[in-house]
Design a protein around this ligand. Structure first.
Ligand SMILES: Nc1ncnc2c1ncn2[C@@H]1O[C@H](COP(=O)(O)OP(=O)(O)OP(=O)(O)O)[C@@H](O)[C@H]1O
Ligand SMILES: Cc1ncsc1CCO
Ligand SMILES: [Mg+2]
Length: 277
């Protein structure tokens, strides 16, 4: 894929999302559910957050994409997550997985194992979670003992490239690995995207909301274009927000404003490199 073609697709994802306002259902964690919904709205989507199995299936039918984030699991999620993902798979629609906290407990492990065959269009996670998920799904580059410490990453993004490529080849979708520099791959090309701010690690839910925004773009674009569009939008808005606010609370508010105000050309023009793998 040519870089210019990918830039064109990224710009189209941002533009079409704003014009079509796709409905995106989310089953996400209690910590950042509000931030996820607000980021999805800022990117042009229509957000709906649910917990119950039949409601996830309803949103699978009604929406353009579904976002599943395992951050704060409750017993009900044991049914809701696989039923939502299966519905999307059967409908041939994209869904996005954030395997937050992979390795913490047996419910999480059980749900994540079940989700393998449902093949998420996009896996969005930090480096440690990507390595651990590839390990759990027995793919190259994976390691179930990856140093996931709670929900924060202890690995560098580069170390997760092999796992990310293997995951993308399994799902035939895309994987977005977040960190100081972000890596996005569809298993044939690897794109690295720069920008953002270290303050994004000092506000919870930047990764979660990035996944939610990737789902908005996935409703209107290919997995690779959607994953890169969300990643680039976050790097652009994060850098611009830091120019306006240098402490966590005001930074988060400035970020939402910048995400809302970023044009398709701005997002597509945020610096990235691309190479074949
Ligand atoms: N040091 C950094 N410099 C620039 N941007 C960063 C930095 N760390 C994280 N980011 C950005 O923050 C966003 C979230 O990435 P991060 O790796 O912190 O996700 P996460 O650990 O899953 O977050 P959470 O679990 O709190 O939602 C991404 O857009 C990423 O580019
Ligand atoms: C802090 C935290 N704990 C579970 S989910 C979550 C949000 C960031 O992933
Ligand atoms: Mg996370």
């Amino acid at each position: 894929m040519e870089k210019a073609e990918l830039e064109r697709q990224v710009a189209a994802a941002v533009d079409v999302a704003r014009r079509e306002v796709p409905l995106v259902g989310s089953v996400t964690n209690a910590v950042s559910v509000n931030f996820v919904a607000n980021a999805q709205l800022a990117a042009g989507g229509s957000a709906a957050m649910v917990y119950l199995p039949d409601e996830a299936e309803f949103l699978a039918q009604a929406g353009g994409a579904l976002y599943l984030n395992l951050g704060t699991l409750l017993p009900v999620h044991e049914e809701t997550m696989p039923r939502g993902a299966r519905a999307m798979r059967e409908l041939g629609k994209p869904w996005v997985l954030d395997p937050v906290g992979i390795g913490i407990g047996s419910l999480r492990t059980g749900i994540l194992k079940e989700l393998k065959v449902c093949k998420p269009a996009i896996v969005r996670a930090n480096a440690s979670e990507v390595i651990a998920l590839a390990g759990l799904w027995e793919l190259d580059g994976g390691d179930v003992r990856a140093r996931v410490r709670g929900v924060d990453s202890t690995d560098e993004v580069d170390a997760a490239e092999g796992a990310a490529v293997a995951l993308a080849r399994w799902t035939e979708g895309a994987v977005a690995v977040s960190g100081a520099v972000d890596l996005v791959t569809d298993g044939t090309v690897v794109a690295t995207s720069r920008g953002g701010s270290p303050l994004m690690e000092k506000v919870t839910g930047f990764g979660c909301s990035l996944g939610g925004v990737a789902a908005v773009y996935a409703a209107v674009a290919s997995p690779l274009a959607a994953a890169l569009a969300a990643t680039a939008a976050y790097n652009l808005a994060g850098a611009r927000a830091f120019a306006r606010a240098q402490a966590p609370g005001s930074f988060q508010a400035a970020f939402l404003d910048e995400l809302y105000e970023a044009s398709a050309a701005d997002v597509a023009g945020n610096p990235f490199d691309i190479r074949e793998v």
